[in-house]
Design a protein around this ligand. Structure first.
Ligand code: AMP
Length: 276
């Protein structure tokens, strides 16, 4: 397993197609599923591990974000990665760095975009850099970060980056909690309660199946969230699967998105809730 740290070390030639799996490390089963998919579908798989300072806001967890490169390298290799790109922030953003990739419009104004100002600029800028450095044919993104996936699709198409974006379904714990590097922040007391996001999404989906309107289905989800007072919701909404605009009427693939905070950690989740 090669671990490359300098942008100039990245091989421009090599077996094709090349798949890229961008991550912030502290790999778990969700990341490994992306790596396995890429390894199955490409001649070469590159995993980037980079805790990107640009996508963290003031007061967020950039400094304390969990990191373990040795363990990540072992897991990535076992899942089929050929090399890891692990740059220093200073190599990605040298003095004088002054360019931002900004996706405008409603796609980034709501939900995570509203709660985390500048977050999607940071994501779009680093992913564009990773695409230009690694030159992948395909890149793998989890539906766990559903709005991020749509933002990546948008700028990849808008800027003709020529990378095929492959979405990968959410990998969950047996009790339904979506896998996340941040789950390690949950206390033992919070951990069982953290299934509340998943249970709220199921309630939205069940209400939809029973004939509820999107608004009524959101209320069914909100009632589940209210059962856990330690969890402070940021939003729970039924949205269009591509634009993420709130839906008044059901459309195939309608998605429910949810986010909120336990005292120790902010969690997000989503689910397809209507597909007749
Ligand atoms: P992160 O390291 O959290 O930035 O995530 C890197 C990639 O892994 C992103 O495309 C995420 O959407 C994806 N990912 C994270 N958690 C999961 C999960 N539970 N299931 C599927 N994909 C995931």
């Amino acid at each position: 397993m090669r671990i490359l740290r300098k942008p100039e070390d990245l091989p421009r030639t090599g077996p094709r197609p090349r798949g890229l799996v961008p991550t912030m490390g502290y790999l778990h089963e969700g990341h490994l599923e992306l790596i396995r998919r890429s390894a199955a579908e490409n001649a070469e798989t590159v995993v980037s591990i980079f805790v990107n300072p640009l996508q963290f806001g003031a007061g967020e967890d950039y400094e304390s974000y969990p990191r373990d490169l040795e363990r990540d390298a072992r897991l990535a290799e076992a899942a089929g990665a050929d090399w890891i790109f692990h740059p220093d922030p200073a190599a990605m953003y040298p003095p004088g760095f002054a360019t931002t990739v900004h996706v405008g419009g409603p796609l980034t104004e709501r939900w995570e975009g509203e709660r985390r100002p500048g977050h999607f600029d940071g994501v779009a800028t680093v992913v564009t850099k990773l695409f230009n450095l690694v030159r992948p044919d395909r890149a793998y993104f989890g539906e766990k970060d559903y709005q991020q996936l749509q933002v990546v699709r948008r700028f990849t198409a808008d800027l003709n980056l020529g990378v095929e974006i492959v979405p990968v379904p959410i990998v969950r714990e047996p009790d339904g909690l979506a896998r996340s590097s941040r789950n390690v922040y949950l206390t033992a007391a919070e951990r069982p309660k953290a299934t509340v996001l998943y249970r709220a999404l199921l309630a939205v989906r069940e209400a939809a199946a029973a004939g509820a309107s999107p608004r009524e289905a959101e209320r069914a989800g909100a009632r589940v969230l209210a059962e856990v007072p330690e969890f402070v919701p940021d939003y729970l909404a039924v949205v269009h699967p591509e634009t993420l605009e709130p839906l008044q009427e059901w459309v195939p693939g309608a998605r429910a998105v949810v986010a909120g905070r336990f005292p120790t950690v902010r969690l997000i989740d989503n689910m397809e809730v209507w597909n007749p």
